[in-house]
Design a protein around this ligand. Structure first.
Ligand SMILES: Cc1cc2nc3c(=O)[nH]c(=O)nc-3n(C[C@H](O)[C@H](O)[C@H](O)COP(=O)(O)OP(=O)(O)OC[C@H]3O[C@@H](n4cnc5c(N)ncnc54)[C@H](O)[C@@H]3O)c2cc1C
Length: 462
C-alpha cells in the first residue's frame, strides 16, 4: 500500500467494534490493551501469527532506555513496565534499573545506553498475548489490513485479507500502529518519507542471533581494548584487508539473557524503501548475504566468537524508518534539544537522536544532545486531515531527526498507551479523537501509571 488505492469491494463484515488496532508491535500491543482496559470493544489485527512486531519478528533488542538520558528517572512505565515485570518474574527479562550503561547487554555503549531492558522474544509472545486476553481484546492473527474504509475525510473501518478472503471491520476509531502509516496513506491523507532534504531514510538491518560465544572472553577483550566504540579497530583492520564489505563502521553485539547467545545488529542495506515490495525483497536477500559474511568475520576475528554458530535470523528485515503521517503537530529536533513542554504531553523520553546514515557506513548518536527529558505531545499522534484515526509508533508526525529518538520500543509503548486510551475516550464521549478532552486523557494515563513529568501526578491517588 505505497499510495492510496480506492478499494470498492462488497466484503462481508467480520466484526463491529469501537476500536480497531492495526499491528501488534510495541505501539499496537500497548494501544489495544489500553483501549480495552478503558472499556472499548477492541480488535487487534496482525499479519503474523504472534504479537510483538520488532520485539519478536524483528528479533530487535534490547529495549533501549526507558529512563532519562542521565539514567536517574524511569520515564516509560505503564503497560511497558507491566510487560517487563511479567517477563522478569519468569526469568525472561531484566528490569532496566539493574542494567547499567557500558554493560554487554547494551553493546558496551555508554551514551544514552544506561538502563536498557534485555528480554527473550518468546517471552513477549506469551506475556503480550496474556495481557491482551486479560484485557478482553479480540485478536485476529494472519490478517493483513489492505485499506481503510472511508466516508469522505473519515475512516470508519478497515478491509482485511486472510485465508478467509477479503472482509471488512466496522470501527468507530482505527488506531494505525502498522509502522508504515498504512491506514492513513491508504485513506489518501498526506504522509512524508525519510529526510526532509532528499527523502532518504535510515538503512535496514536483518537482526540475527548467535550461540556458543565465550561471554567472559568478549568481556575481557572489551575491558582491555578500552575503545569508545568497541570492536571498531577490528572492523577497520578487516576492511583495510578487504575482508569486511558491510557498509557499517561499527558492529553492534548485544549479550542476551541466555549464556553464550548474542544478538547481532550489524547488517546494513542502504537506499531501500520500506513501502516498496521490490526493495523489501532486495533487502531481505542482501541482509541474508551479509549475515553469512558476518558469521565468518565474527568467528575469524572477534575474541570470544571463535566457536559461534548462527542460531537464527529475524522473520523480517528491520525497517528503521519509513512513511510518517502529517499530524496536527510535528515533533522536531529543537523540541528534543530544548525539552519543550507541551500542554498536551502524553509521554516523556530520554533516548538520544540515533541516526544510522541513510547513505554510508556512519551514524550519529552523540551529535545532537537532547534535553535530559523531553516530551511527546498528543497532537503528533492525530492526522491533520483525517478523522476516525490515531497513530502511534514509528509512523507518527515527527521530523527525520526527532523520529530517530522516539522510534525505539519504550516510547512506542508510551505512544501506544496514549492512543489506546484516547481512542476509548473518543468512543465514550462521542467525539472525534482530535476533539477529546486532553486533561481527561492525561488523568487517565496517570491513573494507569504513565509518567508525564514531575508536575503531573494522578488526581485519584490519595
Ligand atoms: C534494525 C533495527 C534496530 C533497532 N534497534 C532497536 C533497539 O535495539 N532497541 C529498541 O528499543 N528499538 C530498536 N529499534 C526500533 C524499534 O524496533 C521500532 O521502531 C519499534 O518496534 C516501532 O514499533 P511499532 O509498533 O511502530 O512497529 P513494529 O514493531 O514494526 O510493529 C508493527 C506491527 O504491525 C504489523 N503490521 C504492519 N502492517 C500491517 C498491516 N497492513 N496489517 C496487519 N499488520 C500489520 C507488523 O506485522 C508488526 O507486528 C530498531 C529498529 C530496527 C529496524
Amino acid at each position: 500500500m505505497s499510495q492510496a488505492v480506492p478499494l470498492h469491494v462488497d466484503a462481508p463484515v467480520r466484526a463491529k467494534v469501537d476500536v480497531a488496532v492495526v499491528g501488534s508491535g510495541p505501539s499496537g500491543l500497548s494501544a489495544a490493551i489500553s483501549a480495552a482496559r478503558r472499556g472499548a470493544r477492541t480488535i487487534l489485527i496482525e499479519r503474523y501469527g504472534y504479537v510483538g512486531g520488532n520485539l519478536t519478528a524483528g528479533l530487535v533488542g534490547p529495549c533501549m532506555t526507558s529512563y532519562s538520558l542521565d539514567g536517574t528517572t524511569q520515564l516509560i512505565r505503564g503497560v511497558f513496565e507491566e510487560l517487563v515485570l511479567r517477563m522478569e518474574a519468569r526469568g525472561q527479562a531484566i528490569h532496566p534499573s539493574k542494567v547499567p550503561a557500558n554493560s554487554p547487554y547494551c553493546g558496551y555503549i555508554t551514551y544514552g545506553h544506561d538502563k536498557v531492558t534485555p528480554f527473550e522474544p518468546e517471552a513477549v509472545k506469551m506475556a503480550g498475548l496474556e495481557m491482551l486476553r486479560e484485557a478482553g481484546v479480540e485478536i485476529l492473527f494472519h490478517s493483513t489490513v489492505i485499506a481503510p474504509r472511508t466516508d469522505g475525510d473519515r475512516v470508519n473501518g478497515l478491509f482485511i485479507t486472510s485465508k478467509s478472503g477479503i472482509e471488512a471491520i466496522d470501527a468507530t476509531v482505527v488506531v494505525d500502529c502498522s509502522a508504515d502509516a498504512d491506514v492513513v496513506a491508504g485513506a489518501g491523507a498526506q504522509t512524508v518519507y525519510g529526510r526532509e532534504e532528499d527523502g532518504l531514510a535510515q538503512p535496514m538491518t536483518l537482526f540475527f542471533r548467535v550461540a556458543g560465544v565465550d561471554d567472559a572472553k568478549v568481556d575481557a577483550y572489551v575491558s582491555e581494548a578500552q575503545e569508545i566504540r568497541p570492536f571498531a579497530s577490528i572492523v577497520e583492520d578487516a576492511r583495510q584487508k578487504g575482508e569486511y564489505t558491510i557498509p557499517r563502521k561499527g558492529i553492534g553485539l548485544y549479550k542476551t539473557m541466555r549464556p553464550g547467545v548474542w544478538r547481532i545488529n550489524t547488517t546494513r542495506v542502504l537506499g531501500v524503501s520500506g513501502v516498496d515490495v521490490a526493495d523489501l525483497t532486495t533487502a531481505e536477500i542482501e541482509g541474508r548475504k551479509q549475515v553469512h559474511e558476518l558469521m565468518e568475520f565474527l568467528r575469524g576475528r572477534v575474541p570470544g566468537f571463535a566457536d559461534a554458530m548462527l542460531l537464527d535470523t529475524a522473520a523480517t528485515i528491520g525497517v528503521r524508518e519509513s512513511r510518517r503521517i502529517v499530524g496536527e503537530y510535528t515533533l522536531t529536533l529543537d523540541d528534543l534539544e530544548t525539552g519543550r513542554h507541551f500542554d498536551d504531553v502524553i509521554g516523556t523520553c530520554g533516548y538520544p537522536v540515533d541516526i544510522h546514515s541513510p547513505t554510508d557506513a556512519g551514524g550519529r548518536l552523540e551529535d545532537d544532545p537532547t534535553a535530559n527529558v523531553y516530551e511527546m505531545p498528543y497532537r503528533m499522534l492525530v492526522p491533520r486531515d483525517l478523522d476516525g484515526v490515531l497513530v502511534a509508533g514509528r509512523c507518527v508526525s515527527a521530523t527525520h531527526e526527532a523520529l530517530a529518538a522516539i522510534r525505539v520500543m519504550p516510547p512506542s509503548f508510551a505512544m501506544g498507551q496514549a492512543v489506546g486510551t484516547a481512542a476509548a475516550l473518543a468512543v465514550a464521549t462521542g467525539v472525534q479523537p482530535r476533539a477529546i478532552d486532553v486533561d481527561t486523557l492525561q488523568d487517565q494515563l496517570l491513573e494507569d501509571h504513565a509518567y508525564l513529568g514531575p508536575e503531573r501526578v494522578p488526581q485519584t491517588v490519595g
